[in-house]
Design a protein around this ligand. Structure first.
Ligand code: ZN
Length: 295
């Protein structure tokens, strides 16, 4: 009985072996790397099942101050494409690419977007405008199609469907903002990550901390912010997943501004969190904003 089983298994393996090898070459997945979780989600939506996407800075990580690991170097070395945001987000990337070696083509997802300037530097957070995310997606689609022409039609079809979802998302955000009284469209947020969102949708973000997540505000900075909130009658302040929430709580206590919950700026959450995808992140943020500012 046992011998019969092994003979049958051997026959099965012999029969299926070549078919499987053929299958593999026809459907070989393209290995690509994206620098952070939001970008990885956009790439996954375009690549679908034809692409293996690895993120360097994963969910809830901070892409501004990241320290690459040896595992990251291996991912980059094995990748055919490396998607980055650009606009000075990934200061740690050139050293990683140099140490990893490999032949990955670097694709800058913000190509074609006019940056908002913070002093002389570009604001990195271009993805916070959905219209910009659509440009990311078009760049991703073209790069995947060029790297893997056999699956170009699939990438175009995926991108078309996803771009339609983003179009609907953009119009939902506009409709939601329109329900907030004009005088209340302003918030305080710990991290200056919403410049593109503000420009696109007309909600003013006043940040107590500079764009770098490395710098801590001084007592004088905080006093200035408190005065500003009182003067401008700012209705709500928001916590984020990348900065110190104690600062925000102190300001709230002294001004009476409402704490509006978490806005996700620079990274997605894990699968079971509130913002596991780009679309979920934008929907979560606009819901948090409208419920804090609406009344
Ligand atoms: Zn940021």
């Amino acid at each position: 009985m046992r011998r019969w089983f092994w003979l049958a298994l051997l026959a099965l393996v012999t029969l299926l072996g070549p078919a499987r090898a053929q299958d593999r070459s026809a459907q070989e997945r393209l290995n690509v790397v994206a620098s952070f979780s939001i970008l990885a989600d956009l790439v996954r939506n375009v690549g679908g099942d034809k692409v293996n996407v690895a993120a360097l800075v994963g969910p809830e990580g901070d892409a501004h101050v990241y320290r690459p690991t040896p595992a990251d170097a291996r991912k980059v070395a094995e990748a055919k494409l490396l998607f980055i945001n650009g606009f000075a987000l990934e200061g740690w990337l050139p050293r990683l690419v140099q140490s990893a070696g490999g032949k990955a083509t670097i694709i800058t997802a913000t190509d074609g977007i006019t940056p908002i300037k913070l002093g002389s530097a570009p604001d990195s957070h271009a993805w916070q405008s959905v219209a910009n995310a659509k440009i990311y997606v078009a760049n991703i689609r073209d790069a995947l199609a060029a790297a893997n022409p056999a699956n170009a039609a699939a990438f175009r079809a995926n991108a078309e469907g996803y771009l339609a979802e983003l179009e609907a998302l953009d119009s939902d955000v506009r409709q939601a903002v329109a329900t907030i009284p004009e005088g209340r469209r302003k918030v305080i947020s710990t991290h200056r990550a919403f410049g593109y969102f503000a420009a696109a949708y007309g909600i003013e973000f006043i940040a107590p901390v500079g764009v770098s997540t490395e710098s801590e505000p001084s007592a004088r900075d905080i006093a200035g912010i408190i005065t500003q909130i009182k003067k401008a009658k700012i209705p709500a302040i928001f916590l984020e997943n990348v900065s110190d929430p104690r600062l925000i709580q102190r300001i709230a206590e002294e001004t009476g501004a409402r704490i509006g919950g978490t806005l996700y700026s620079d990274s997605l959450t894990a699968e079971k969190g509130e913002a596991p995808t780009y679309i979920a992140m934008v929907r979560h943020n606009i819901k948090a904003l409208t419920s804090a500012l609406g009344h």
